[in-house]
Structure formats: structure tokens, C-alpha cells
Design a protein. Structure first.
Length: 360
């Protein structure tokens, strides 16, 4: 291994994967920089993920900005560069060593970009994990244990995309100051054994209703909350919903879970509709799915509920033991509302994971 005078490798590669997550109590509204107006809780997903490879080479000159190339599925993507530049400008104070290296970032998703699946969550959490891992290699005195690694990487990823900070943990995570011990506005923590066994292995069937890029980015949507007339009521409601959801998750109360999760989804879209300008991000087929779902739940008493992100796609959340019934229902009744009959059978996952590393 070629080593510098600081005795660290000149170049190296690390590769990580990180999943998306689905919020139950939504993050919608923030202040600078990426500080949420209310806490949020999410389930970590498994199949919808980003795989990111970071290759670094030491440079002889140090610039004030981070120098990087970015490839997405092997192609240059100029439209992603401004977001990455903003991200690097925000993290450079915490990660000044980055100025000494040239970075090559190659990333791929297991799902369509801008499909309404939180692609920024998986992308930014995977990237943050590679950067923190690189720091531990080029700056060995920064070695951290697994929990510190997650908290640090969660904080770094938040500066790229708020929801990304919740993707690091197995099963479920909470971000934002709340009654739950250890929570912070700067990073997320895992809910750990707070979760009742009813929720282990929870399923998320993601119905891809319309895959055209979103009419409004979530960043722009967050800013619309600054002038939204219902904002302050929403922020205190979210605090109450966090407390309610924590009790529900602890007790395994599926009936209350269904009510709260659907109310949160509808509130998110009500907030968008009541912003100035107002946005309708739901598609008529989203409403068809919701109506069919409600009829199915009434008939079968299976506790399957829907949630939504800032887009038209529908996430169906349900306990693992009903997988056959719910997947049959999707194939028989709901698939007609999905664009190109596409849906993703996802479930609760383990969070961010290291795939490989090497140094020279
Ligand atoms: C509706 O994390 O995408 O999915 O911080 O501006 O990158 P930025 O926004 P982002 O917002 C996600 C909003 C949401 C709800 C949620 O995931 O909590």
C-alpha cells in the first residue's frame, strides 16, 4: 500500500447501499439548514435502494470547493450536479479533508428516479455513508463505533436531503426533537426495540401510479409551508401524532395505526393543496386505488392502509402475515391503476449496508 506522510492511503474505493424509507408521520416544512419543523417517523425499506461507489484520489492542490465527477447508471447527469454542489458546500466545514481529494461518485437505483419513491433519501444516505467511511480510512483517528457512524452519517445525509437521515436504521427511525429519548433535529435515531412484534417484517407494496417527474420538488414544497395558513396547526398536530404513533408502535395497535397513517398522508396533500400556489400531486388513479383499498379493508378486515409521499404513488402498508391476500388483491384489482402495471413488493429492511472497500 502506497502511503502518504500522514500514513494514509492516497486512493481508495468504498461501496455502500442504502434504502429508501417511507414516512408515517411526515416531515413537511423546514428551516435552515435542513432543520425540520416537526419530528417524523419512518419505516426503513429493503428493495427500493441506491448503490453508491465512491472512488477518491489525493490531489497535490487543495481547492476551496470539493471536486467531483458523478455518474448515474454509468452516465453523466448534469441535472444532478447543482444539488450535489449545494450538499458539498454544506458539509465541507465538517469534512474539510474532502478538499484534498478528487472524488468519483457512481450511483444506481433499483427503482425509477423521480417516480415518487424517495430517491433523494436513498441516494443521499448512500453517499453520506461512503463519505463517512472514506473519512475513517483517510483519517483513522476519526474511527467511530457502529452507532456513532450511523449518527454522524445521518447528520451528513440530512444536509443533502432531510428524509435521507432516517434511512440508516433497521426497521424504523425517528428524526426531530420529540418526547422520545435521544431524538435530535440534526440526525435520526433508530426506534430499536420500541417496535411491537406485530410490526416486524411489515410490508410496503409501492404502486407506481404515474412515473413522470414531479410537478414540484419536495424542497420547493417545504418552502411553501413558510406561508401556508395552516402551518402552525400542522406542526403541533405532527408533535401530537408522534406521541400517538409511539404508543401505537409500542402496543402493536393496528387499528389506530391505520387511522393515523392515512390521516397523515391526507394531511400532507391537503397542505400542498392549500399552499400558494396550490398543487394537486394526486392522480385520479391514486383516488381509485384508495377507494378500492377501503372497500377491500371493510370486506376482509385486513388492516392494510395507504400512505403517500409528495406524489401520486401509493404505498400499501400491512402486516407480513397478509402478504398473499394483499398481493392477490393488487394483482386482481389494483394493478389496472398502475402505470405499465408496475408495482414494487417491498418490506421493512435493515438500513444502510457496506458492500466493499479497497485502498491503494
Ligand atoms: C413528503 O427529504 O425529499 O417525503 O429535505 O428538501 O430533500 P429535502 O426534502 P425531502 O422531503 C420528504 C418529504 C416527504 C415526507 C417524509 O419523507 O417525511
Amino acid at each position: 500500500m502506497k502511503q502518504t506522510k500522514e500514513n494514509t492511503p492516497d486512493s481508495g474505493i468504498v461501496q455502500w447501499e442504502s434504502p429508501s424509507n417511507i414516512a408515517l408521520v411526515k416531515y413537511w416544512g423546514k428551516s435552515d439548514i435542513q432543520i425540520p419543523k416537526n419530528p417524523s417517523i419512518s419505516f426503513t425499506l429493503q428493495e427500493a435502494k441506491t448503490i453508491t461507489r465512491l472512488e477518491w484520489k489525493r490531489k497535490n492542490t487543495s481547492r476551496s470547493q470539493v471536486e467531483f465527477d458523478f455518474l448515474f447508471h454509468g452516465n453523466e447527469k448534469p441535472e444532478f450536479i447543482p444539488k450535489l454542489e449545494v450538499f458539498f458546500s454544506r458539509i465541507i466545514e465538517q469534512m474539510p479533508f474532502l478538499k484534498n481529494y478528487h472524488l468519483r461518485i457512481s450511483s444506481e437505483n433499483t427503482f425509477p428516479h423521480s417516480s415518487g419513491i424517495a430517491s433523494s433519501a436513498s441516494a443521499m444516505s448512500a453517499l453520506a455513508a461512503t463519505l463517512v467511511d472514506m473519512e475513517m480510512i483517510v483519517n483513522p483517528s476519526s474511527k467511530t463505533d457502529q452507532e456513532d457512524f450511523r449518527i454522524y452519517a445521518s447528520e451528513i445525509s440530512r444536509l443533502g436531503s432531510g428524509s435521507a437521515c432516517r434511512s440508516f436504521y433497521p426497521e424504523a427511525a425517528i428524526w426531530g426533537q420529540s418526547s422520545f429519548s435521544g431524538t435530535s433535529d440534526r440526525y435520526a435515531i433508530g426506534l430499536g426495540d420500541h417496535l411491537h412484534p406485530e410490526f416486524h417484517g411489515y410490508r410496503d407494496a409501492i404502486l407506481l401510479i404515474e412515473q413522470s417527474p414531479k410537478a414540484v420538488t419536495s424542497t420547493a414544497g417545504h418552502h411553501l409551508m413558510e406561508e401556508n395558513p395552516y402551518a402552525s396547526v400542522r406542526f403541533s398536530q405532527a408533535q401530537e401524532n408522534i406521541d400517538r404513533l409511539l404508543v401505537i408502535l409500542k402496543k402493536g395497535d393496528l387499528e389506530e395505526f391505520v387511522k393515523l397513517v392515512e390521516a397523515e398522508a391526507m394531511t400532507l396533500h391537503a397542505l400542498m393543496m392549500t399552499s400558494d400556489p396550490g398543487y394537486i400531486l394526486l392522480h385520479p388513479r391514486t383516488l381509485e386505488v384508495i377507494q378500492h383499498l377501503h372497500a377491500f379493508r371493510k370486506d376482509t378486515r385486513i388492516p392494510v392502509c395507504f400512505t403517500l409521499d409528495a406524489g401520486p404513488n401509493v404505498h400499501l402498508l400491512y402486516p407480513e402475515k397478509y402478504t398473499i391476500e394483499v398481493e392477490d388483491f393488487i394483482k386482481n384489482e389494483l394493478i389496472q391503476f398502475c402505470q405499465d402495471r408496475q408495482w414494487i413488493s417491498d418490506r421493512m429492511g435493515e438500513g444502510t449496508k457496506k458492500l466493499s472497500s479497497s485502498t491503494k
